[in-house]
Design a protein around this ligand. Sequence first.
Ligand SMILES: NC(=O)c1ccc[n+]([C@@H]2O[C@H](COP(=O)([O-])OP(=O)(O)OC[C@H]3O[C@@H](n4cnc5c(N)ncnc54)[C@H](O)[C@@H]3O)[C@@H](O)[C@H]2O)c1
Length: 325
Amino acid sequence: MKILVVGGAGYIGAHMVKWLARAGHEVIVLDNLSTGHRDAARYGSLVEGDLADEWLLDSLFKDNQFDAVMHFAAFSLVGESMVDPGKYYRNNVAATLNLLDAMVRHGVRHFVFSSTAATFGSPQSERITEAHPQQPINPYGQSKLMVERLLEDYDRAHGLKSTCLRYFNAAGADPEGELGESHNPETHLIPLVLQVASGRRDRISVFGDDYDTPDGSCIRDYIHVQDLCDAHLKALDWMRLSERSGRFNLGNGKGFSVFEVIDSVRRVTEHSIPYEVTDRRRGDPARLVADAAFAQEVLGWQTKYSDVDTMVAHAWWWEKNSIVI
Ligand SMILES: NC(=O)c1ccc[n+]([C@@H]2O[C@H](COP(=O)([O-])OP(=O)(O)OC[C@H]3O[C@@H](n4cnc5c(N)ncnc54)[C@H](O)[C@@H]3O)[C@@H](O)[C@H]2O)c1
């Protein structure tokens, strides 16, 4: 297949581009490099540009007969979305509309979308299935839910088939050590704790140790980036075969607490990890864990790297060996 990967220079998108290239597909990456890295897109052909540029989208679709589009491009800092919501609605919703309209104009009918657990808002059950109410509590989650909703209308009106994959916490790195997570600012727990191990950071803050969890710290569901890539390709195959649209929660179904992640980093890196307990963050639920049974059943998807030490080990390899690109 010939696939357009939008946001393919970012953390998850770059792993996807490599995964697709390995599977023998031809990949064009569209990325404005706002948070991505030119070098990370090297397994595809990079077109540097912005989704907001309709002319660029038209010429891209005119020059290439794409079989499908995978859309990773978005801003995704929850805190920033609270203080500058317009930035999130413009990039995550309005720019996505440009992309969908270009697909409709050029007859491309298969779309895989990076959605998020943040569309669910505060959890009302131990594990989150697709049936859980979607009531986002920040503009980031809201922007992703808006795209999920408008995709339903694009299916009805234009027959555009979409798969929305709601990731929980993406983690880990390319097991071959060629790609990894390099966000700036970094807000994700595993790379932050690894920065303490490598000496780039003095200590890690634990936001509250008095939650109703076994060790008092928050529990989150970490899903290896390679497992996410596998799910994307399976979702695309399923969509093309069934000619249906679908929504799937992607997590590994096991939650790990902040203290368990810190312990894992100590074990894997053999470094001490100083930490300080600070106040809870507003809006942080005690526990956020996916029920991914639907994706397993429908897509035939299984996680391969569900062990936290494996995710940490792959990310540690990247942290130790990457020059900042
Ligand atoms: N990382 C996670 O844990 C996680 C969890 C749930 C959902 N997601 C979603 O997955 C997707 C990928 O996440 P990530 O961590 O790889 O993010 P990332 O910031 O590393 O990658 C996003 C990429 O999109 C590009 N981009 C952004 N706006 C663009 C635009 N208007 N035009 C062209 N390119 C643009 C950026 O330059 C970057 O390369 C995002 O949509 C995010 O919301 C991520």
